[in-house]
Design a protein around this ligand. Structure first.
Ligand code: TMP
Length: 219
C-alpha cells in the first residue's frame, strides 16, 4: 500500500477555455486509476456555496445597474461561497488525504474582480487571510485560448452565463491576468493553449499529474 498525501489541483481560465471539460476528464482518469479524488467547483461546490452561486449568477442577468450588486458585494459573495466551500468540502477532503480537483479558485477572483473590475486587492487579501489560512493550490492548470475561439465556443452553449455577455476586452484582460499570475510562480503552474480541439492536452495533463502524484506518494 502506498502512502496517500493530499494534493490540491485547480483549473483556471476564461470561459470557453475548456477548463470545465478538462477538469472532468482528469477526474475520470484518476478515478479509473482508483486514486482518491474529488471534483468540485467555484463558485459553489457545497450545498450552501451553490445557493450563493445562484444569487451571484442571477444578478448578472439584471440589465439595470440599480438592480445589480455593487462590485464589492459581488466580491464578498464569491468569498462567502469560498468560505462555505472550504469548510465543507475542500478542507475535509484534504484532511482525508484526497486529491481535490477544483474548477476555478482564487486566481479567478484576481483575474475577474481585482484586475477585471478594479476591486481592492487589499479587501480580497484580507479576507483570504482569514478564510484560507495556509491553503493554496499545489498546482494550477491554466488553459489559455484565442479569444475568437473562446467566443465561438460560448456561442454554441445552451446555458448562458453572465460573462457570456462580457466584452472581448474583458476576456483579454482576464486572460492576461491569469497568465501574469502563472508567470509569477512557474513551479506551481502548468499552462496549456487549448485553442485547438484535440486530445493531446487531455493526455498531457493526465500524464503530468500522474507523475506528480506518484512522486508524492513515493512510488
Ligand atoms: P464558471 O463559468 O466557471 O462556472 O464560473 C462562473 C463565473 O464566476 C465565471 O464567469 C467566473 C466567475 N468567477 C468570478 O468572477 N470570481 C471568482 O472568484 C470565481 C471563482 C468565479
Amino acid at each position: 500500500m502506498f502512502k496517500k498525501k493530499p494534493f490540491f489541483i485547480v483549473f483556471e481560465g476564461i470561459e470557453g477555455s475548456g477548463k470545465s471539460y478538462q477538469s472532468k476528464r482528469l477526474y475520470k482518469k484518476l478515478k479509473q486509476k482508483k486514486l482518491p479524488v474529488i471534483l468540485t467547483r467555484e463558485p459553489g461546490g457545497s450545498k450552501t456555496a451553490e445557493k450563493i452561486r445562484e444569487v451571484i449568477l442571477d444578478d448578472y442577468f439584471h440589465k439595470n445597474s440599480d438592480k445589480q450588486f455593487h462590485k464589492n458585494t459581488d466580491t464578498l459573495l464569491y468569498l462567502a461561497a469560498r468560505n462555505e466551500h472550504l469548510i465543507n468540502i475542500i478542507l475535509p477532503a484534504l484532511k482525508k488525504k484526497k486529491i481535490v480537483i477544483c474548477d476555478r479558485f482564487i486566481d479567478s477572483t484576481f483575474a475577474y474582480q481585482i484586475y477585471g473590475k478594479s476591486v481592492s486587492k487589499e479587501l480580497v487579501n484580507n479576507i483570504h487571510k482569514h478564510i484560507l489560512g495556509k491553503i493554496r493550490p499545489d498546482l494550477t492548470i491554466l488553459l489559455t485560448v484565442k479569444i475568437s475561439k473562446a467566443l465561438s465556443r460560448l456561442k454554441k452553449r445552451k446555458k448562458k452565463n453572465r460573462y457570456d455577455k462580457f466584452s472581448k476586452n474583458f476576456y483579454i484582460k482576464a486572460q492576461n491576468s491569469f497568465i501574469k499570475l502563472a508567470k509569477k510562480n512557474k513551479k506551481k503552474y502548468l499552462v496549456f493553449d487549448s485553442s485547438i480541439d484535440n486530445k493531446n492536452i487531455e493526455i498531457e495533463i493526465f500524464e503530468t499529474i500522474l507523475r506528480k502524484i506518484m512522486k508524492l506518494y513515493g512510488r
